[in-house]
Design a protein around this ligand. Structure first.
Ligand code: ZN
Ligand code: ZN
Length: 200
């Protein structure tokens, strides 16, 4: 804004060496910015035009990182999925992480909503991968002290890895926790009213 060309006082006729923004007085050297120096000074304090709002195809404003709004995303997800008519045992409301273990409870909170059925997946770790990374961490800071020479080092790592792996297999077999994994290829529609009212 209001660009001010700056020249040496003793050589005012020479081409400007800097262009300053007339408002904040920041100077942009021609040496650095070359032909763009004047433009930088010109646009320095100009208010930036607001970015145009990004719209979903339905017209709803969405964040610049999204491609659709949540309702359109949900509708597309539901349209792609196979509709099942048997109530699932475990379910999650489409587009959320609200899980329910009964249709009654789900319909109380989200009457008429669509849900994905969920499978119960037992918690487990990958013994081979985890054992490898455990050994890596364990020996990282103790090379040389832990194992006398290279051969011992390799044998030691193998023994450690096998021990960890066996322990992790035992862990997988012994643990009873599980988590729920939704099957997004299927959807089920909850009753349009809380189930107790339907029955009444
Ligand atoms: Zn400025
Ligand atoms: Zn939309």
């Amino acid at each position: 804004m209001d660009v001010r060309p700056l020249v040496f006082a003793d050589d005012p006729a020479a081409p400007p060496l800097l262009y300053a923004c007339g408002k904040c007085r920041t100077a942009f050297p021609v040496r650095t910015y070359r032909e763009a120096a004047r433009d930088h000074a010109e646009t320095c304090c100009q208010p930036k035009p607001p970015e145009p709002a990004k719209l979903c195809k339905c017209g709803t404003e969405i964040s610049k990182w999204s491609t659709t709004c949540q309702p359109c995303w949900n509708a597309a997800t539901i349209a792609k999925a196979e509709v099942i008519t048997d109530a699932p045992d475990i379910m999650v409301i489409v587009g959320t992480d609200s899980y329910y273990q009964s249709v009654e409870d789900a319909a109380d909170m989200h009457p008429g909503a669509w849900v994905h059925p969920c499978d119960s997946i037992p918690l487990s770790v990958n013994p081979k991968h985890l054992a490898e990374s455990l050994v890596e961490t364990a020996v990282e800071n103790m090379c040389g002290e832990a194992f006398e020479d290279a051969a011992d080092h390799v044998n030691g790592e193998v023994a450690l890895r096998e021990a960890f792996e066996a322990a992790l297999v035992t862990f997988n077999e012994a643990q009873t926790a599980s988590s729920w994994q939704e099957d997004t290829s299927k959807v089920f529609k909850l009753p349009d009213a809380p189930v107790a009212e339907v029955a009444a």
